[in-house]
Design a protein around this ligand. Structure first.
Ligand code: TRP
Length: 325
């Protein structure tokens, strides 16, 4: 039996090359070895205000991006969270065994609530319980997540253990899966910060759907450090970040990349990097355009059906053990 993995992303903002190189690329590789569930977590998205039409479109666009990145619906289950009502139902039960104190400790709540917990939405507060439900409904073995989600995964494990202890063995306790070569791509405008979907400065990110002109401009405008040589150098985070993008989009070793630019300056490097990124994204963007709404809906509805068959079994056990049904 293959081990099961579960991961998800919110349909908010636009996905950028950092999301691709840091997460999606791994998701694609993992489907060889694992039974994978990849979820578009639209219920998580509304923990912050979303324009309804934008959310609807972004949900389908994210599905297109998963598929274009190489997630294969024949092997992996791709689905929209709200299509499986068990996610919301299990959230209620788990929120009844969650403690105020443990949720108050979540750093993402403090960040997103901008320190003003009086005004923060209750959904933002219980966000991690919904995430725990996502994971636990599928009896997940491993959860590929970035560093920023590790605390939520710890909570998921605590809730699973608590429920199992109080009501009898029900949930598998999942482990985090931290990829061996985790790529953390930084903003093109500030190499101290992660490239982020929510960054107000759009020049900091190369979005997966940016056109060639925009990509080239953003790379030309990227900040660089003092110095002239193109090398990986901890004291020069800006050039190191650009070189990492070059390395991962060309699938070369770090040494090869450095050798390739020996004797060349920043200007030459940026021109070549822009070309490489444009060519890297071109076939991807063509695949994104290939999926019309009709074929997408059919993939997503089979995904939801498959997901539901597992989720409903887990929820039935939970209801039975808690005396609900
Ligand atoms: N909270 C995750 C994020 O913002 C998204 C997410 C929701 C998720 N449910 C999940 C990730 C379950 C992994 C597993 O990135």
């Amino acid at each position: 039996m293959k081990k099961r993995i579960f991961s998800g992303a919110q349909p908010t903002g636009q996905l950028h090359i950092g999301n691709y190189l840091g997460a999606l690329k791994n998701w694609v590789a993992l489907q060889e070895e694992y039974e994978a569930f990849y979820c578009i977590v639209n219920l998580h998205a509304i923990t912050l205000p979303q324009a309804p039409a934008t959310l609807k479109k972004a949900t389908l666009d994210l599905a297109r991006i998963y598929l274009a990145a190489g997630i294969d619906p024949e092997r992996s289950t791709i689905f929209i969270q709200s299509d499986v009502p068990e996610h919301a139902e299990l959230t209620w039960v788990l929120s009844c065994i969650s403690r105020m104190g443990e949720l108050e400790r979540m750093t993402q709540f403090k960040d997103k609530g901008k320190g003003n917990t009086e005004r923060a939405g209750v959904g933002l507060f219980t966000y991690p319980v919904l995430m725990a439900s996502d994971i636990l409904l599928y009896q997940t073995d491993l959860v590929p997540v970035g560093q920023d989600q590790k605390q939520h995964l710890e909570l998921t494990r605590d809730l699973a253990e608590r429920f199992n202890r109080d009501f009898g063995e029900t949930f598998k306790v999942p482990e985090p899966y931290i990829p061996k070569i985790g790529a953390s791509i930084k903003s093109l405008q500030d190499p101290e910060k992660k490239m982020s979907k929510s960054d107000e400065n759009l020049n900091g990110s190369i979005f997966l759907l940016d056109d060639p002109d925009t990509i080239t401009k953003k790379i030309k405008r990227a900040v660089t450090d003092s110095g002239t040589t193109v090398e990986f150098d901890e004291t020069r985070p800006a050039i190191s970040n650009l070189l990492t993008i070059f390395q991962l989009t060309t699938d070369r070793s770090p040494e090869e990349c450095v050798a390739h630019f020996e004797g060349k300056g920043y200007g030459h490097f940026k021109t070549e990097l822009a070309e490489v990124v444009v060519e890297f994204l071109r076939p991807f963007q063509e695949r994104v355009r290939q999926y019309d709404d009709e074929s997408l809906r059919s993939i997503l509805s089979s995904g939801a059906e498959k997901a539901r068959s597992i989720a409903s079994e887990t929820l039935r056990a939970v209801y039975s053990k808690t005396g609900i049904a």
